[in-house]
Design a protein around this ligand. Structure first.
Ligand SMILES: Nc1ncnc2c1ncn2[C@@H]1O[C@H](COP(=O)(O)OP(=O)(O)OP(=O)(O)O)[C@@H](O)[C@H]1O
Ligand SMILES: [Mg+2]
Length: 358
């Protein structure tokens, strides 16, 4: 039994999905990656036919029969497997029969996930490039602002004419507005101060702010996993990032209130996710914080670009909120993802958990 447990433990630590079939092509063993890749739980499918996992359409099970009969390994690239729930999966897979036991080992590399990781990496680096550009520009804009403001103040003191003072007042107000904008573009002044904190405490704070801003128009829903351990993070940065996302949700809901079929609603959902890759870094355990609204959805022409600075769908928007949020979360080794359709927009913050919880 211990040997079997040990073997299962090793299998479970693999990134590759592994399924072992007995000589009747019934599922004998399956590792954790395989469960995740195929969206099933091992105890529900053990002992069942291999077709439970994927349909016969692409000829995979027939190929398995042949492999066993001829006792031959084979590898297939870019096979498209039909799973249940209409899901399809593009995979490379190898089949190795064992002549002595009659067992067959199938190793599966899901390509969809690799594609996702590659895409994500490209996204992270291009977002970083544009953030750096914006920072550099912000610095250049900020430098002369102090001079302009100071000169306008001096001028105001010399002017004896109230009507003309109106002009210097406008110069001063507009430079102040520009400086606020530029400060936002430059990000937080102080360096981060990580502490052990509870994500729910952060969410409660964000909800209390949002609650005041909605004035009762929007329902706020909690769906927490209370077992989530504390994480090490900068409290105010986490609040800022979450608030930017929640505020967008609220703005989308209130600006389109008349088109909603249901009562406007924002849900705050927390979960633990096992085995997640952020950029290039693999994490055994991450915290998932989702903020979901039932608003109109993100305009399709924007959805690819919303994390870039200066991208906004709102008349009064500066388009900085999400770029700042992504920046803050990436400083924590995390990532924000988004999916959106009419009636359901979800922003998910992934934050890696300390190794000691894994
Ligand atoms: N929950 C959401 N529902 C619909 N659209 C959204 C949602 N969240 C973001 N968006 C779209 O993404 C755009 C970019 O958001 P972002 O927070 O970066 O900028 P902004 O809200 O326009 O301006 P700022 O946050 O700087 O005041 C928004 O203008 C909006 O069009
Ligand atoms: Mg915003």
């Amino acid at each position: 039994v211990t040997e079997h447990n040990n073997e299962q433990h090793i299998l479970d630590s693999l990134m590759t999905a592994v399924v072992v079939l007995n000589k009747h092509l019934k599922i004998a063993q399956m590792n954790a990656s395989a469960e995740m890749t195929m969206g099933v739980s091992a105890d529900k499918v053990l002992g069942k036919a291999v077709e439970t996992l994927f349909s016969r359409e692409d000829g995979t099970p027939e190929a398995l029969d042949l492999a066993i009969k001829d006792n031959r390994n084979f590898t297939k690239r870019k096979a498209v497997w039909k799973l249940h729930h209409q899901r399809t999966l593009t995979v490379d897979y190898s089949v190795t029969p064992n002549a002595d036991t009659g067992e067959v080992v199938i190793e599966v590399q899901p390509l969809d996930r690799l594609l996702r990781i590659n895409r994500e990496e490209a996204m992270i680096s291009s977002q970083e490039t544009s953030r750096n550009l914006v920072r550099a520009m912000a610095h250049e804009i900020k430098n002369p602002l102090g001079g302009i403001r100071g000169a306008a103040q001096l001028l105001a003191r010399e002017l004896m004419n109230e009507e003309l003072e109106e002009y210097t007042r406008i110069i001063i107000e507009e430079t102040d507005r520009l400086r606020n904008l530029v400060d936002r573009m430059l990000g937080p002044h102080k360096s981060s101060e990580p502490e052990q904190l509870n994500v729910h405490e952060v969410l409660e704070h964000v909800m209390s702010v949002i609650k005041v801003e909605t004035a009762g128009s929007t329902k706020l829903v909690r769906d927490y996993d209370p077992s989530i351990p504390d994480i090490k993070a900068d409290r105010s940065q986490l609040i800022q990032a979450t608030l930017n996302i929640a505020r967008n949700a609220l703005q989308a809901l209130t600006e389109h209130a008349e088109h909603l079929d249901e009562q406007p609603r924002i849900s705050f959902i927390t979960r633990i996710q096992r085995r997640y890759t952020i950029g290039r870094q693999y994490h055994p355990l991450v915290v998932k914080v989702s903020i979901v609204d039932n608003g109109p959805g993100i305009p399709p022409e924007l959805v690819e670009d919303i994390f870039f600075p200066m991208i906004s769908g709102r008349a009064m928007g500066t388009g900085l909120g999400l770029a700042i949020a992504q920046n803050l979360i990436s400083h924590h080794g995390g990532l924000i993802e988004c999916s959106s359709r009419k009636g359901r927009t979800e922003f998910t913050i992934f934050l890696p958990l300390d190794k000691k919880h894994a």
